[in-house]
Design a protein around this ligand. Structure first.
Ligand code: PRP
Length: 187
């Protein structure tokens, strides 16, 4: 249940401002441009949370690249990642022999990306790396680390810039911490 008070009123505080995100995404884009120069990599967007990050990151890439999209969902209870990933919409392109960069909004338990990378590795890409805007290492449940990280964040309930709670808040231009009363049942 969501006790909505208003899109921005539901936010306890801004963790990462639009300006902070913009600056860091540009830095990541510059680094990826250098690291993948001449390799024509495929940037793989994991729907839906990564969309805003993906749109900004790819526009800060200064060399040839291609885009593709995958939609996945996790089996199991809604709030808990099971680690078993179902592919709802697969990639259109073959990644065999290609340099692939998975673009994600957040790594939490790490179970989703752990499973997704093992599925994609069976397709034998030339390389497979992960870029995550946000990393919550405190929550990790398996041995996986993103290759590129925007921000390491504390274990707070964050929304905005693609991240949702129950489908809402993805359109906020910043990343904020949700007020607990929004997602806690009134007594
Ligand atoms: C989020 C996020 C990652 C996953 C991270 O996706 O985009 O895919 O959870 O969690 P984990 O590290 O604990 O596995 P979500 O299932 O919320 O879907 P969405 O991208 O459509 O919002």
């Amino acid at each position: 249940m969501i006790n909505k008070m208003g899109l921005t009123e539901d936010i306890k505080y801004v963790l990462l401002s639009e300006e902070q995100i913009r600056a860091r995404v540009k830095e990541l884009g510059a680094q990826l441009t250098e690291d993948y120069r001449g390799k024509n990599p495929i940037f793989l967007c994991v729907l839906k949370g990564a969309v805003n990050f993906y749109a900004d990151l790819t526009r800060s890439m200064g060399d040839y690249m291609e885009m593709d999209f995958i939609s996945i969902s996790s089996y199991g209870a809604a709030q808990k990642t099971s680690g078993i990933v179902r592919i709802n919409k697969d990639l259109d392109s073959s990644i065999t022999g290609r340099h692939v960069i998975i673009v994600e909004d957040i790594m939490d338990s790490g179970l989703t990306l752990n499973h997704l990378t093992s599925v994609l590795r069976t397709r034998e890409p030339a390389s497979l790396k992960i870029v995550c805007l946000l990393d919550k290492p405190e929550r990790r449940e398996c041995a996986i680390t993103p290759d590129y990280v925007g921000f390491v964040i504390p274990n707070e309930f964050v929304v905005g810039y693609g991240l949702d709670f129950a489908g809402t808040y993805r359109n906020l231009p910043f990343i904020g911490v949700l007020k607990p009363e929004v997602y806690t049942e009134a007594k």
